[in-house]
Design a binder for this molecule. Structure first.
Ligand SMILES: Cc1cc2nc3c(=O)[nH]c(=O)nc-3n(C[C@H](O)[C@H](O)[C@H](O)COP(=O)(O)OP(=O)(O)OC[C@H]3O[C@@H](n4cnc5c(N)ncnc54)[C@H](O)[C@@H]3O)c2cc1C
Ligand code: SF4
Length: 581
């Protein structure tokens, strides 16, 4: 094994969280930083030519190659896990920018109650209403403490939207249920596609409070506080699962890399597959990785950040023997616990009379209602919330062809083709994303059988839905049908209900937990600054820190937490290296 010259800081993973930390440290300190990214290099120019649906959205060109590393999955600890051989319910990214290159850009803040989830549920409904096996916790920080970092994240990305609560004043047209914001969104909401306008009208007439989706697909040309200028969105429709060819969608390559390119204290090493974090005497000494030529390298560093997303942050701790693995039988151990996956369903497929011009769209052009996030659950048989929404990604020739209403009984032949052509641009989705509570039986550990291309054990997910999620989905599907009818749907296909977690149905790449944040080392892996409780020169960035899954999408919160951790490192840790909490 070759040993490289020491650097001050190593960051593992070149996605939103890793490169945000790199930008903060490279611009605020003279320290020498190496970002190690297992995938290849990328830039906006790569998306200008030859980007098509088959290559990117169906064959998943930008995702982690499954032949190199996959995940094993089972529903309960009694089952035998099998490897996922074709991506289904989520799509891990790889390469510079990570999943932040091909994300949709829907950029919610979490609600104030999300940060006090356990206390909130107990205060409102009593401890006896907690679902069986529930393992939710409070975060060790509040919404108010994170608000300035949400603001920084939104300004860095140029998020488009409409405030619904400015310093405590509710504003119609925004999400009136959101927590107080210090300032308006940096850019105005996106244009309203026709389907979204129908949804908004129907939701309003039913007494709900629709608001435009907060969007990283920035609506107008924008220059962020780092001086990085980006174009406004042109609604090309090749957004979710694609990189933006004009740089309108905030992506690490067009938002963070331009800043890092101006610095000479940060290098980005691609093809660097980190396999172990090396700890001696309670401190990280560096990381061991295999480079693109297969050579083993030891990179010494004083400070290490893992930003390799939920699954690999957890896996790297387990592979490196850092911290006690979680045992669902005894409840002991912390690494791997509280695995959650946002509950996402196509609540109702609506078939409409008139064309929607769905070819115009963007990853986060749409409308949502937050009324069910704010609802009272006293009279329901579930305790979680979520949002009904419609997003107009852009109708694609492969993904969107073949939707026919229930009255079309033909499954092939002339009648089916005619109906499929007729409804190609007359079909819309009312979607729902909802909270996923943490349960004691949902967790990650190392698979005892299956290994990756280097012979290291794969991460094993043990995950299933509980009645709380099934009941929530049934309730929300009925609400979606009401909205669909009010939109004037000629026919509808409601979601058929949740049974067991399906590894084959795409839900969203919003997986949380494994290295959770908490108030003490007995229950959690990292403290409120994302610093490892036991190894003070190790930090873990990203949604692996979330103790459960609030309803909204995770990235804005992951980036806001990264800003907060960066402040603690620059202002406190570097002056006096040691425990921050
Ligand atoms: C199709 C799609 C749509 C999405 N839409 C939204 C959305 O609308 N809103 C939202 O909030 N979120 C969305 N997401 C999720 C969002 O992309 C992620 O939450 C976000 O990108 C996570 O950032 P990260 O830095 O934590 O991890 P990543 O972006 O996954 O970056 C981690 C990086 O680490 C690298 N890495 C992993 N293991 C190693 C290793 N061992 N050694 C070296 N490098 C390693 C990976 O290659 C990767 O580049 C979407 C994701 C997908 C796939
Ligand atoms: S829809 Fe807008 S943000 Fe998305 S890829 Fe096209 S131009 Fe970029």
């Amino acid at each position: 094994m070759k040993t490289f010259r020491p650097v001050d800081i190593v960051i593992v993973g070149g996605g939103w969280t890793g490169l945000t930390m790199a930008k903060e440290l490279a611009t605020r300190t003279p320290l020498k930083i190496s970002v190690l990214e297992r995938g290849g290099p990328r830039k906006t120019r790569d998306y200008v030519d030859n980007m098509d649906e088959l290559d990117y959205a169906v064959r998943l060109r930008m995702m982690q190659p499954i032949r190199d590393e996959t995940i094993t999955f089972r529903h309960t600890a009694r089952d035998r896990a099998l490897p996922i051989r074709q991506y289904g319910s989520f799509l891990p990214g790889t390469g510079v920018g990570g999943s932040g290159e091909h994300w949709s850009g829907i950029s919610y803040r979490y609600y104030p109650h999300d940060f006090r989830r356990l206390s909130h549920l107990v205060e409102k409904y009593g401890r006896e209403r907690l679902p069986e096996g529930c393992a939710v916790c409070d975060w060790p920080i509040t919404y108010a403490e994170l608000e300035p970092d949400y603001d920084r994240a939104e300004r860095m990305m140029g998020i488009s939207g409409k405030a619904g609560n400015l310093r405590g004043n509710q504003i119609e047209g925004g999400n009136i249920f959101e927590g107080p914001r210090a300032s308006e969104y940096p850019t105005p909401p996106m244009k309203m596609p026709h389907l979204a306008a129908l949804f908004r009208g129907a939701a309003s007439s039913l007494g709900y409070h629709p608001f435009p989706l907060p969007a990283a697909t920035t609506s107008v040309p924008y220059t962020n506080p780092d001086g990085v200028a980006r174009a406004g969105c042109s609604y090309c429709g090749y957004c979710e699962r694609f990189g933006c060819m004009i740089g309108a969608k905030a992506q690490p390559t067009n938002t963070l890399m331009p800043v890092l390119a101006r610095r000479n204290n940060c290098e980005l090493r691609t093809g660097a597959w980190v396999r172990r974090v090396v700890v001696e005497g309670g401190r990280v000494r560096g990381v061991r990785y295999t480079d693109a030529r297969g050579e083993e390298i030891f990179q010494p560093a004083d400070l290490v950040f893992l930003a390799s997303w939920t699954l690999n942050n957890t896996r790297l701790l387990l592979l490196s023997g850092i911290g006690e693995p979680y045992d669902p039988e005894t409840g002991k151990g912390v690494v791997g616990k509280n695995l959650t996956h946002q509950v996402t369903i196509p609540a109702a497929t609506v078939f409409l009379e008139k064309p929607l011009n769905g070819f115009m769209g963007a990853g986060s052009a749409g409308v949502a209602i937050g009324d069910f996030d704010a609802m009272d659950h006293a009279a329901t048989n579930f305790s979680t919330g979520g949002a009904l929404y419609t997003v107009c990604y852009g109708t694609r020739p492969i993904a969107n062809f073949g939707f026919v209403p229930p009255s079309v009984t033909a499954r092939w032949g002339r009648d089916w083709k005619q109906a499929a052509i007729h409804y190609y641009d007359r079909t819309g989705l009312i979607r729902f994303y909802g909270e996923h509570l943490a349960y004691r039986g949902n967790y990650m550990d190392l698979d005892p059988v299956y290994r990756d291309r280097y012979g290291d054990p794969l991460i094993r997910m043990t995950l299933d839905w509980h009645d709380n999620e099934r009941n929530m989905v049934r309730f929300m599907t009925a609400r979606a049908e009401e909205i669909g009818r009010t939109m004037g749907a000629v026919e509808m296909r409601p979601f058929q209900g949740l049974k067991h977690y399906e590894a084959t149905r795409y839900q969203g790449t919003h997986i949380q937990g494994g290295t959770i944040i908490g108030a003490n080392h007995t229950d959690s892996v990292v403290n409120m600054y994302l610093q490892h409780w036991r190894v003070p020169n190790l930090f873990l960035l990203g949604a692996s820190a979330f103790p459960q899954n609030p309803s909204g999408n995770p990235t804005l919160t992951a980036v806001a937490l990264t800003f907060r951790a960066a402040d603690a490192v620059v202002q406190r840790y570097l002056k006096n290296p040691g425990e921050l909490a």
